[in-house]
Write a protein that binds this ligand. Structure first.
Ligand code: THU
Length: 138
């Protein structure tokens, strides 16, 4: 699909970082690139699996955690996710909740394969009812 030059650049970065994925168990490599509103640098991440499967980190969370280590909390402008799946995958529930922590409801999530972006979806379409507040116990 037709996307902006910036999204194309992020897609290229996500495609490249996908090659670094450590996915010996699923053999399913994912790359992600995230653009923040006040910063030009695009942060990338790939999935890193673990023999204790629950310790696996998805590409999207890897990119976000990396950005916090470097810039502290920033507002996400858009997210790109690249996989070789038909249809290309959208972020898992855990990643959507982490994306929501740093994004407004209506940001765009671009998904695609290593050739192109195939679909754009709003965060609130994927996660219409995020967990956003709670009353602390005593
Ligand atoms: N995975 C991601 O990295 N991002 C997604 O959006 C979907 C799933 C990873 C986690 C695991 O390493 C592999 O894909 C299979 O679930």
């Amino acid at each position: 699909m037709n996307v902006s030059t910036l999204v194309k650049k992020a897609h290229e970065l996500a495609t490249n970082v996908r090659e670094n994925a450590y996915a010996p168990y699923s053999k399913f490599k994912v790359g992600s690139a995230i653009k923040f509103k006040e910063h030009d640098e695009i942060f990338v991440g790939c999935n890193v699996e673990n023999i204790s499967f629950g310790a696996t980190i998805c590409a999207e969370r890897n990119a976000i955690l990396n950005s916090v280590a470097k810039l502290k909390k920033q507002e996400i402008e858009f997210v790109v996710v690249v996989s070789e799946n038909d249809p290309p995958v959208t972020p898992c529930g855990m990643c959507l909740q982490v994306i929501k922590e740093f994004a407004s409801d209506d940001i765009d999530i671009y998904v695609g394969n290593s050739k192109e972006v195939t679909r754009v979806i709003k965060l609130n379409e994927l996660l219409p009812n995020p967990f956003t507040s709670f009353t602390p116990g005593e």
